[in-house]
Structure formats: structure tokens, C-alpha cells
Design a protein around this ligand. Structure first.
Ligand code: HAM
Length: 424
């Protein structure tokens, strides 16, 4: 009986070699920028956590917690959830490992898989990859400006097309509470013109009404009071200082008072980068301050800010011409071939020796004749073939000229294939 063909689950995808090379190239950009140049430190946390962490961290009222979590029970009946985002986990780790005792701020970056049960479409998956950065233990606008500028630079170095940055400030929880009431009153006054989904959420999360595509709702929101006009003095100053620093550093942005983020933990600065080259899922990355989250999770008061960006979306938005080389293979410098199967073990030892000496080398693994092996070397784009004959003799063949010379050892090969020495 023929068994049904298995496929990757809905909303997930396989990364095949060419895309794999592009992802590795993007990871190198992140590593170089965030780690080597900016001095953030790389961390990893588990792919699943206690469900409670996200319920408390991300917010009970968010779509993520209400609809999008992959939640399951372990054998002991504990509720676990595949992480939908990293910020709550980073806070958990900061508290668990007493990182408040380290010199502040603690500046971290990460890269890894995340899971949200959303309706799949171009740029929106159920398993996706984020790169992110978080600065914990600083409320200085310098931290906000630094992280925003780093994401701007990252998207620039990834050659993302038509990038725009929107920023706003949500103020403190007290300002927000007062504002929510004012906004709630406004929404209730115009209830009849709102989409049903928005109407249902007036009490739960009136801010999300700014996110609606519904025409009636949009008209009501156009007249709604704006949070940026209600900020207290400290928050308004903080926001002004963040903007001044971005201006000074030449990072372009627009202030968008309607900017809504899908997570509840934000205070003060929020921002989002989009690309006009993407379809409906145009957000490349975003983040903001979450000065109250650490305490909410049982830690010491710790102001913090961070962002995350979607790797798949960055690669979709990347200019294919400028990043075309990301997907190409690097051909072997040397292909090890032998005319006699009896030499296979020695060929393998030579291959290993070459790699120890940092030479990019491959070996025959499909039982081809010598002629077939040289054709394969050519197909792979190898610059040289190292040929072992039946008597143990070694020859190095220049695959471009066909020129061949006898040599003694792997050390000779290394010397000869070094372009500076051989001139080849
Ligand atoms: P977020 O806006 O939910 O923020 O996600 C950040 C980015 O992840 C999005 O802009 C998008 O590029 C990508 N992304 C999200 N969901 C999907 C999906 N289903 N498929 C593909 N890509 C997706 C956060 O996650 C916050 N933790 C950011 C943050 C860090 N805030 C403070 N610190």
C-alpha cells in the first residue's frame, strides 16, 4: 500500500540550500553589527516556557495570548507554550540569573525560531525566525536611540527596499490609563460606526481600534484623541530626546501617533520598521520600551527597551541584485580524486589534512571513474584536483589550464593552492 506523502505542517517551511546560504549571510551581518561593532552579547533561551510567563508577560488581552499560542501539557500536566516572542523570556532569564547585579545596562541580542498560530500568508508563518536586541537596566534615551539606530543600520546592510520607520510614545501606565478612559469614552460615543470586533474590545483594549481596516472605525479613529498629546512632562521630554538623537545621527523617521503594537508591555517609546516591498505583512521589525515588565514578572524595577525583526521578511524585502551573492556557493579549492579504489583511505586522510590546514576541499563519494571525478570537480567549480594514482603518486591538476604537476604531500598542496604562492 502506498503511504501518503508527508509534508511540512501548514504555515511552516523547509529552508533549502540556496535560502540556507542567504540566511547564513544575514546572520553574519547581524553578528558583525550587533556583536562585533555594537558589543551586544549573544544569548539563547528555551524554545518553550511555562505558559504563565507569556500570559503575564505578553498580556492576557493580546491576540498572541488569546489566539496564537501553541500550548500543550507535558507528562506531569504542566502547561507549556512554544515561545511566541523573546522579551518575556529574556526578562525571566534576567531575574532567574540575578543579572541586575551585573553592571547596567545589560545589552543582549538573540536569533532563533518563534511560533504563532496565525493564518499563514506571504511573510506570515507559524514558525518564523527573529533576530532581536534588548537593553535592560537603562531608562536613558541613549538606549532607545542606540537600538533604533542599530535596527535601521541592520536593515540598510541587509539592503531592504523601501524601508520606513514610525515612532511614537505611549507614556507611563498612569498616562495610558487616563488616556484609555478618554479613548473608551470616544469609542462609546461613536459605537454605532465601529466594526463589531472593535466594539467588543472597547473595554479590553481600546487602543487596538487604531489597527482596524474597517472604514467606519477608521473615520472614528481619525477624530480620536491622541496619546502623544497627553504625555506628562517627563515622558514628553524623554520622547523629544530620543527624536533629537535620531535626528542628529541622520536616522529618518515619522512620528505616528496611531502606532499600535501587538504586545501589552510597552511604555514610552514604541517603533516599527516597514517595507513597501512587502505585501500586507509589511512590518520588518519593531519594539519599544517596557519599563514595567520586569516588576510584573516578579523582578526588581528595571527599565528596558528592545526590538525584534523577522528574518524571513528581511530576506523578502532585501534587494535581490544587491544581495544576489548571498545565495551562491563557495566552490571547493581542491577536489580529491583517485584513479584506484585501493587509494580511497589515503585520499580521505589527505582530505582531512587539507581541511585542517584551512583549505576548502571535497572528495569523491559516488564511485565515479577518474574521468567522472574530474567532471564532477569541474561541475563544482573546483580550482584544483588532487589526483592519487594506483602506486600512491600524487598530482595536482589546475582545472582551468589542465596543467598537472607531481607533488609530495598535503603541505605541498596547501602551499601550491594558496593563490599568493602559486600565482594561480
Ligand atoms: P513583534 O512586532 O510581535 O514584536 O514581532 C517582531 C517581528 O517579527 C515582526 O515585525 C515581524 O517581522 C516578525 N514576525 C512576527 N510574527 C510573524 C509571523 N507570524 N511570521 C513571520 N514573521 C513574523 C515582538 O516580537 C517583540 N518581542 C519585539 C520586542 C523586543 N519588543 C521589545 N523587545
Amino acid at each position: 500500500m502506498a503511504s501518503a506523502r508527508l509534508k511540512a505542517p501548514r504555515g511552516t517551511f523547509d529552508v533549502l540550500p540556496e535560502e540556507g546560504r542567504r540566511r547564513l549571510a544575514l546572520r553574519s551581518v547581524c553578528h558583525s553589527l550587533l556583536d562585533h561593532r555594537a558589543g551586544l552579547e549573544y544569548v539563547e533561551t528555551p524554545a518553550f516556557e511555562d505558559t504563565e510567563l507569556f500570559a503575564r508577560g505578553v498580556g492576557e488581552a493580546t491576540d498572541i495570548v488569546q489566539k496564537e499560542m501553541f500550548t500543550f501539557e507535558d507528562k506531569a500536566g504542566r502547561s507549556l507554550t512554544l515561545r511566541p516572542e523573546e522579551t518575556a523570556s529574556i526578562c525571566r532569564a534576567y531575574i532567574e540569573h540575578g543579572m541586575h547585579k551585573l553592571p547596567q545596562p545589560v545589552r543582549l541580542w538573540y536569533w532563533g525560531p518563534f511560533f504563532r498560530h496565525e493564518a499563514p500568508q506571504a511573510g506570515r508563518y507559524r514558525q518564523f525566525t527573529q533576530v532581536g536586541a534588548e537593553t535592560l537596566g537603562s531608562d536613558d534615551p541613549a538606549a532607545d536611540a542606540e537600538l533604533i539606530a542599530l535596527l535601521a543600520e541592520l536593515l540598510e546592510e541587509a539592503r531592504c527596499r523601501e524601508v520606513g520607520l514610525r515612532i511614537s510614545s505611549l507614556g507611563t501606565p498612569a498616562t495610558r490609563r487616563r488616556y484609555r478612559e478618554e479613548l473608551g469614552d470616544h469609542l462609546r460615543r461613536h459605537e454605532a460606526r465601529l466594526a463589531p470586533a472593535v466594539r467588543e474590545r472597547i473595554e479590553l483594549n481600546p487602543l487596538r481600534a487604531f489597527d482596524s481596516d474597517d472604514e467606519g472605525t477608521r473615520a472614528v479613529m481619525a477624530e480620536a484623541p491622541r496619546l502623544v498629546d497627553r504625555l506628562d512632562e517627563g515622558d514628553a521630554e524623554h520622547f523629544a530626546e530620543v527624536r533629537a538623537r535620531l535626528d542628529e545621527a541622520g536616522v529618518g523617521y515619522v512620528v505616528d501617533a496611531t502606532l499600535v503594537r501587538g504586545l501589552d508591555y510597552y511604555t514610552r517609546t514604541v517603533f516599527e520598521f516597514t517595507s513597501g516591498a512587502l505585501g500586507a505583512q509589511s512590518a520588518l521589525g519593531g519594539g519599544g520600551r517596557y519599563d514595567g515588565l520586569m516588576e510584573q514578572l516578579g523582578g526588581p524595577p528595571t527599565p528596558a527597551i528592545g526590538w525584534a525583526a523577522g528574518i524571513e521578511r528581511i530576506l523578502l524585502a532585501a534587494d535581490p541584485e544587491a544581495t544576489g551573492h548571498w545565495g551562491s556557493t563557495s566552490p571547493p579549492r581542491v577536489y580529491v580524486a583517485s584513479s584506484d579504489p585501493a587509494q580511497a583511505r589515503r585520499a580521505f586522510a589527505l582530505l582531512t589534512e587539507l581541511r585542517r590546514r584551512s583549505v576548502n576541499a571535497q572528495i569523491e563519494q559516488a564511485g565515479r571513474s577518474l574521468k567522472g571525478q574530474l567532471r564532477q570537480a569541474d561541475r563544482l567549480g573546483a580550482r584544483f584536483a588532487l589526483i592519487l594514482d594506483g602506486e600512491g603518486g600524487l598530482e595536482l591538476r589546475d582545472m582551468r589550464s589542465g596543467e598537472q604537476q607531481e607533488i609530495g604531500s598535503a603541505a605541498d598542496v596547501e602551499r601550491l593552492v594558496d593563490p599568493e604562492v602559486s600565482g594561480w
